[in-house]
Unconditional design. Structure first.
Length: 317
């Protein structure tokens, strides 16, 4: 399923920003970059609400360079009305279209969320945006909530008791000594995984992927020849694995999922189980910086020579 969220109203945006960011903004400025011809969210960036306008320009220019022309929806979360009145962005709000026109970015709106209410800083129609603002809606009151909950349910943990009962030390001691053999074994098991191989073999693959060399070998092949069935099998392995194996498997699945599908909601769900993994940080940063999935996939495939030299040094010589 697709994890892209389509926005249809300012209220819907405001209701779901905390879920998009993973926290409730406070004294923050949130930039939502939208596709040019539809209200489809491309990426989200957080900044301080009192950041100088020139810094906002720099970030918007970078986004426009990476994603092409588009539209910008700005949402400010000042701590108080007073702090919003003194914010650099508010003083320039009427000229933002001119500021960003040079990078082909149009400003859809500037929304302000403060003290439990929201309003548009650009709208002068009091029937639309009353002076006192409107109450912040609950996510469940908008249609996006349903599709988002379905997506998050798809990526919820569901530990397999059969895997939990397996002694991973015994599995590790039975693996081939040669790194190339272990890497090839992981690829073989991965192609069998969609057919629901035994818990012991699933555990073996989980242990094999704890080795970063094997993991990189698998990611290289997954990105060179994307197969949704294989990627979904990696995701399933991460979500059903015992806690001792989960962080590295979750990071691996998140990287494969983002590079081959761009499913940001599913990827972020997996990243919550990948604490401390450098690969997880790379994926999360790629999403936050709006790096396209194709670029991330190209990054992994460009490492073929280096990965092959580590895994099969004799063949690379």
């Amino acid at each position: 399923m697709s994890d892209r969220i389509v926005l249809s109203s300012p209220a819907q945006v405001i209701a779901h920003i905390p879920q998009l960011l993973g926290f409730h903004p406070s004294n923050d400025l949130v930039l939502l970059f939208l596709s040019h011809h539809a209200n489809t969210l491309q990426c989200t960036v957080r900044m301080d609400v009192d950041v100088p306008l020139v810094e906002v320009q720099r970030v918007v220019h970078r986004l426009a360079t990476q994603t092409g022309e588009g539209r910008l929806l700005v949402v400010a979360y000042p701590d108080s009305i007073e702090s919003w009145m003194s914010a650099p962005l508010r003083r320039e709000v009427s000229s933002l279209d001119d500021v960003f026109a040079q990078v082909d970015v149009a400003v859809s709106d500037v929304l302000v969320v403060c003290q439990g209410r929201w309003w548009s800083a650009l709208c002068t129609d009091q029937s639309c945006c009353p002076p006192e603002g409107r109450p912040i809606p609950h996510p469940a009151d908008t249609s996006v909530a349903v599709s988002r909950e379905v997506a998050l349910d798809e990526y919820a943990l569901r530990p397999d008791e059969a895997l939990t009962r397996i002694d991973m030390t015994v599995i590790a001691d039975s693996l081939p000594m040669d790194l190339a053999d272990r890497a090839d074994r992981a690829l073989t098991l991965l192609t069998q995984l969609p057919d629901a191989v035994s818990p012991t073999l699933r555990a073996e693959l989980g242990v094999l992927l704890q080795d970063v060399n094997v993991r990189d070998w698998v990611l290289l092949h997954v990105c060179e020849d994307p197969d949704s069935v294989v990627v979904d099998a990696l995701v399933d392995l991460a979500l059903t694995s015992p806690e001792v194996l989960r962080p590295r498997l979750a990071a691996t699945a998140a990287a494969a999922l983002y590079a081959t599908t761009g499913r940001t909601i599913g990827v972020r769900a997996l990243l919550t189980h990948a604490d401390g993994e450098t690969l997880a940080h790379l994926v999360e940063t790629s999403i936050d910086m709006c790096v396209p999935p194709d670029t991330v996939r190209d990054l992994f495939t460009s490492t073929r020579s280096a990965v092959q030299a580590r895994v099969t040094p004799r063949a690379s010589a």
